[in-house]
Write a new protein. Sequence first.
Lengths: 110, 112
Amino acid sequence: SQQGEEDPQALSIQEGENATMNCSYKTSINNLQWYRQNSGRGLVHLILIRSNEREKHSGRLRVTLDTSKKSSSLLITASRAADTASYFCATDISDYKLSFGAGTTVTVRA
Amino acid sequence: DTAVSQTPKYLVTQMGNDKSIKCEQNLGHDTMYWYKQDSKKFLKIMFSYNNKELIINETVPNRFSPKSPDKAHLNLHINSLELGDSAVYFCATGGRMNNEQFFGPGTRLTVL
């Protein structure tokens, strides 16, 4: 079974707006990662947050992690058309093994 | 230079056939993976190799046989293809255990 679950499944926003998506997981983790997948392409790593971190920034991305609630959020600020993609969270459930959710599909309208 | 490459990008074949997908990485990473992504975008790990040794086999049918001739290559051979094997298969590599992974562009397999 999948460890991570993203919410919402799909999100449609206007260019310039912020997009927020959430990830919940079940077991304890060492780190949580977010990936982006453009249509027809492979996944691209965006950001990794360790279990002892609460917030991390990378450019227009902000990730939070709440280990007590077993949840994480990804915020994309000032969205652009190029941000249209599916976003996945991944948790390390054991050595050499990441578990991915089903992703949130984000559509940014011009 | 493409960091992780896969061939072919598309594969259309009949049920019962045998096919192979090749993966090569030039990142010098020790660990390589095969993932299967279904039509609902669920991405599930199939195999993990570290230094050419099989580390993880996620109860994948033995019709699927990965082979790692060296650290830069991890190929996937599939025997007796079934309709349910239709999916996108991704190769990935990782430098350090459970850290960032680098994905190939995927191989879309369609079994008719």
